[in-house]
Ligand binder design. Structure first.
Ligand SMILES: Cc1cc2nc3c(=O)[nH]c(=O)nc-3n(C[C@H](O)[C@H](O)[C@H](O)COP(=O)(O)OP(=O)(O)OC[C@H]3O[C@@H](n4cnc5c(N)ncnc54)[C@H](O)[C@@H]3O)c2cc1C
Length: 390
């Protein structure tokens, strides 16, 4: 048997040199620039525009955009690292960066023709926030039952309909909007359109008042006779379902990273606090009961990390990753809920008030089990794989 360790696969959590440098730069940024704003952004339910501009300057708003288009020319794994590090400090900032990279830019890279890439990728890398608009009031888990309609009119399509729950709705200038051009064709009529905020007939509607990730905007979009040039179809007409399925399969790994980062942040706070807080004459971290709770949380975090990194690395290696992505999302979101809940408990009364950071993380954790496919939908994907076994 070969003894040469060069033949061995790398441990999943060992970062390559470029990954390490990138991770550290985002980590430093999150601590120095994001942390001081977290509470205020949560209270005002708004991400400061100046912070978004700094995210562009840092290079995390166009991670996979090729350098010829002004992006960072990175890999999907870099996006996962950025979302993880930012979410450790603020999962609202994490999801802004996540949607921009793992959904919007990802869809452009995979489905955009040269013209679309030339027109939009430099903007997305330089200052334009993107959003991804699939869900509607009547179609969430059953995403392809959407009712937004588009009809041809010369060299334009004219879209009518409403989209709900759209992340980055307030900040975005460019929206990938899914509508059907042929309702009778079912999912095969669904088409992805690139809609600019200034297009006639397009408005951003009400912003949701939410339990968690409050600084991340979640908005309704209203399209009334909205005229979109034919050249702004992403992929081919009728291929929108493929655009949606493929990007969401990958996007889910980004949500896994968001929830992983959140859990890491909560565990760090819990360890620090329990080492400082004294009861019965000593730090509460000295009680074995507390240490075991923290150790369980560490087991959770490590398990989530392995599944997220594995799914991301499979994706970058061009290997199948569908089941692994579903597993990483369901597991990481459950871990985020458990670990942030423990952090609240270990902070005692201080865990319940806004002066300390963990009640926010506890509120933020819940969304991981809902968006980009609920946990039940992830179980459906995993079960489908099991049912294909002989
Ligand atoms: C903060 C936030 C941000 C969002 N951002 C975006 C965005 O940027 N773009 C976008 O397009 N959408 C976005 N969404 C929408 C999100 O993806 C949907 O809310 C989600 O897919 C669930 O759909 P729903 O709300 O209609 O719930 P429903 O589909 O009505 O589900 C309700 C419950 O029924 C269960 N259920 C449904 N069908 C089944 C089934 N077949 N088997 C078992 N259980 C089932 C679900 O698991 C869930 O528990 C966002 C939502 C929120 C809350």
């Amino acid at each position: 048997m070969a003894q040469d360790t060069a033949d061995c696969a790398q441990p999943l959590t060992v970062l390559a040199e470029d990954e390490l440098i990138f991770r550290d730069s985002v980590r430093e940024f999150a601590v120095a620039r994001v942390r001081p704003l977290v509470r205020e952004m949560d209270e005002h339910a708004k991400i400061a525009r100046a912070l978004i501009d700094q995210l562009f300057e840092l290079g995390v708003m166009g991670i996979e955009v090729p350098e010829v288009y002004g992006g960072a020319g990175g890999r999907f794994f870099h996006s996962v690292l950025a979302v993880e590090e930012l979410s450790r400090v603020d999962p609202s900032v994490g999801v802004l960066v996540d949607v921009q990279n793992t959904l919007v830019i990802n869809a452009f890279l995979k489905w955009g023709n040269d013209d679309v890439k030339r027109r939009y990728l430099p903007k997305l890398a330089a200052g334009t926030v993107g959003a991804y608009a699939l869900s509607e009031a009547g179609s969430g888990s059953d995403a392809f039952a959407l009712s937004a309609r588009a009809r041809e009119d010369g060299d334009h399509f004219v879209i009518g309909g409403r989209k709900l729950w759209i992340t980055n709705g307030n900040e975005a200038d460019l929206f990938i909007v899914f509508a059907t051009i042929k309702p009778e064709a079912g999912y095969r009529g669904i088409t992805a359109f690139l809609v600019e905020r200034g297009f006639p007939g397009f408005t951003v509607g009400k912003k949701e008042d939410k339990l968690g990730i409050r600084a991340s905007s979640t908005c309704e979009l209203i399209l009334e006779e909205c005229r979109v040039p034919r050249t702004n179809v992403l992929g081919e007409p009728g291929q929108g379902y493929k655009v949606a399925i493929e990007t969401l399969n990958e996007g889910r790994i980004g949500i896994g990273a968001q929830m992983l980062g959140l859990a890491e942040g909560a565990l760090e706070h819990a360890v620090k606090y329990t080492k400082e807080r004294k009861q019965f004459g000593k730090a509460i971290a000295e009680f074995q009961g507390v240490q075991f709770q923290l150790a369980r949380a560490a087991v959770d975090v490590e398990t989530a990390k392995l599944t997220v990194y594995n799914a991301a690395r499979l994706r970058d290696a061009g290997r199948p990753f569908l089941t692994e992505a579903a597993i990483c999302k369901i597991l990481s979101s459950e871990v985020a809920e458990r670990v942030s809940s423990l952090a609240v408990n270990l902070f005692g009364g201080n865990g319940f008030v806004k002066e300390y950071p963990v009640e926010k993380l506890f509120r933020d954790a819940k969304i991981g089990q809902i968006y980009e496919g609920t946990s039940n939908l992830q179980l459906q994907t995993i079960a489908k794989q099991l049912m294909s076994w002989p």
